[in-house]
Design a protein around this ligand. Sequence first.
Ligand code: AKB
Length: 314
Amino acid sequence: MKKILVTGARGQIGSELITKLRSVYGNDNIIATDIRAVEGEVEEGPFEILDVTDEKRIFEIAKNYQVDTIMHLAALLSATAEKMPKTAWDINMGGLVNTLEAARELNLQFFTPSSIGAFGPSTPKVQTPQDTLQRPTTMYGVNKVAGELLCDYYYERFGVDTRGVRFPGLISYVAPPGGGTTDYAVEIYYEAIRQKSYTSYIAEGTYMDMMYMPDALEAIVQLMEADPSKLVHRNAFNISAISAEPMDFAKAIQSYIPDFDISFDVDPVRQKIADSWPNSIDSSAAEAEWGYKAKYDIDSITKDMLEKIAGKLR
Ligand code: AKB
């Protein structure tokens, strides 16, 4: 039975990952941590306040709860990182090295997500291979490439069981994303329900990879449970479900809300980031090495998102 410390538990992935992990491994075996407390919320398992730049506190919590795994999610996303690059370096790299150090000293299994943001304009844009050129031009991308290499280093040098995926844009209705480039693919569904129209900050024709949150959560559990002897790559597996542009989401929504309307008011900062990322990535290494497979396509994502958000906003 695993005992897992999760950082960034209040974030977009964390809030749903905690629920998923508690259903798989039991409430008391999942230690949720975040820099933010939510007032008045009743926790279904342990919760601790944690700033990931505080190495001492990470050790303290990991030791107190005798965890055997760290899932490190706390990080600034791409658009926020572009606004405050030095802070992004301090949080994204500082948090990573601190949690890796805890994993090394306490002999813990370790997961952290990389991203399609780890690729750059000189990376092959279509069906981006698992192993390819990575020269990102954003601070977030620089953090992600350095993070992938650092996780590989901790495995090779110290034998830490590090594992990870390159997530595409994640779509979910539970917790909103914050400060990402792919956030439009969540906002569009809320606005479709609220006002049957959406103004996209990403231009028509800009393809990026996306995935529904249940597939992302399943992928984390599956990778962490995978037979290590089958893992050739370990960290930073490409995984994706769909490659889509704003009009693809608009058309999918129009099949449920025929008078839904999309317009464009492009944000140059986020558009530049999106333009530097792949149109689509190749997930075949993840499929071959640990059986990754997404269940949701754009239509099933759209159906579920519209139903769930309509229920939430009622
Ligand atoms: C972002 O847009 O920054 C994230 C990501 C793709 O890593 N959703």
